[in-house]
Design a protein around this ligand. Structure first.
Ligand SMILES: C[S@@+](CC[C@H](N)C(=O)[O-])C[C@H]1O[C@@H](n2cnc3c(N)ncnc32)[C@H](O)[C@@H]1O
Length: 377
């Protein structure tokens, strides 16, 4: 990994976006009167809090992922020291603990650059919809043409671009001269672009269950390939596969067994419907060659002993991101890292990073690099 990339990953651990997002979520919870109720009724169970929010604020928490959003909010408050869970109830502990935690990390937030960051702008847009969504309103964003520009700006943010580059570096496909790579759920094409940049000779297939992003993704990929072509390097045309051949998670991938040397799957895992993840990952294993690589970019739910998600700001990032993106259609949330490791092993994967075969995940369980085990492994 280059020094630039390593330094970008260090910056991610400092959580520049999470700092602002946390402040915005706390403001929202204050404005909505959620914090006032926790303070006043403390100690209270999550069940009681949900009951109060239903009756006082008209929240419709039995629908979809809305109850989960309240659990994420309590998790955020606990992470920054405002509440503590004891004896099955939440106890209010006071304010001002966030800045202390931020100071402990020792880095001032760069407010100006965060204000224009695609990730932060996306979350801010999501947060605007939260009050209506919690009261039973519709999902704020879909994977359709209307929202395509919003998704493009979000997914092209600096953090995800660095993470995709890091993931591809860890996947180390250089040994294969022209690897066959599937970009699963290509979206606006940032993943395809990253593959073209790192492996110009790759034979890429890009798949999505909607054609809302097709044109944007194609332009982005064509531009990236044109740079190589102009420099005299041969490139292979990308194969685009859309909704006419794939209905989405839960349907088999429209490819033969062993068709790919690698699968890139970024920012898509939390959209797999609950209970289908095992099937989806087994099917990904099916389309990979033995020893084929799978790279996943996601986040993981902070674990109690901070073993899998260790750094404070990445814990906040996971909870705050999960809370904000909950207003998007189909969002199921981030999974637990240990549950992931078990599920991936059951689906036939082992650790896959070059020189680190024991490790499945990196960057506080945000990057997963897996290798399909051979039949005899
Ligand atoms: C957040 S975007 C990530 C796009 C892209 N991989 C990236 O990193 O920029 C999620 C992707 O999952 C796809 N998706 C969402 N729900 C899906 C479903 N139920 N089945 C299949 N794909 C889905 C969307 O079309 C979109 O491409």
């Amino acid at each position: 990994m280059t020094g630039d990339l390593a330094s970008a990953l260090r910056d991610i651990r400092r959580g520049p976006v999470a700092r602002r997002l946390l402040a915005d979520i706390l403001d929202l919870a204050e404005r909505e009167g959620i914090l006032e109720r926790i303070r006043r009724l403390s100690p209270l169970t999550a069940e009681r809090l949900c009951g109060v929010l239903r009756s006082d604020l008209g929240y419709v928490l039995e629908q979809g992922n809305r109850r989960r959003m309240i659990a994420l909010l309590l998790g955020l408050l606990a992470e920054c020291g405002r509440v503590k869970e004891a004896g099955g109830a939440w106890h209010w502990r006071g304010e001002d603990t966030v800045s202390a935690a931020g100071d402990a990390a020792g880095i001032p937030a760069d407010r100006a650059s965060v204000e224009t960051d695609g990730q932060y702008l996306f979350f801010r847009e999501c947060l605007r919809s939260v009050p209506a969504y919690l009261r039973g309103g519709p999902a704020a964003l879909q994977f359709d043409r209307r929202s395509a520009g919003t998704w493009e700006r979000f997914l092209g943010c600096a953090e995800f671009r660095s993470c995709r580059a890091a993931l591809l570096a860890l996947m180390a496909l250089e040994a294969r001269p022209a690897p066959r790579v599937l970009d699963l759920c290509h979206g606006p094409g940032w993943g395809v672009e990253a593959v073209v940049r790192r492996f110009p000779a790759a034979r890429i297939t890009a798949l999505d269950f909607t054609d809302a992003f097709h044109r944007t993704a194609r332009v982005r990929a064509d531009l990236a390939q044109a740079l190589h072509r102009d420099a005299g390097h041969p490139v292979t045309p990308i194969v685009w596969v859309g909704p006419d051949r794939w209905g989405g998670f839960g349907r088999p991938l429209p490819f033969a067994d062993g068709e790919f040397d690698a699968v890139l799957f970024t920012c898509g895992d939390p959209y797999i419907p609950a209970g289908r993840r095992g099937d989806v990952y087994r099917d990904i294993a099916r389309v990979l060659t033995p020893d084929g690589k799978l790279g996943i970019l996601t986040r993981c739910r902070p674990d109690a002993d901070a073993h899998h998600v260790a750094s404070f700001w990445l814990r906040i990032s996971a909870l705050a991101h999960d809370f904000a993106e909950s207003v998007c259609a189909g969002w199921e949330g981030f999974s637990d890292a240990e549950e992931n490791a078990r599920l991936f092993a059951d689906a036939g994967f082992r650790g896959g990073a070059e020189g680190r075969p024991d490790a499945m995940s990196f960057l506080d369980s945000s990057l997963w690099v897996l290798r399909k085990a051979r039949g005899d492994a």
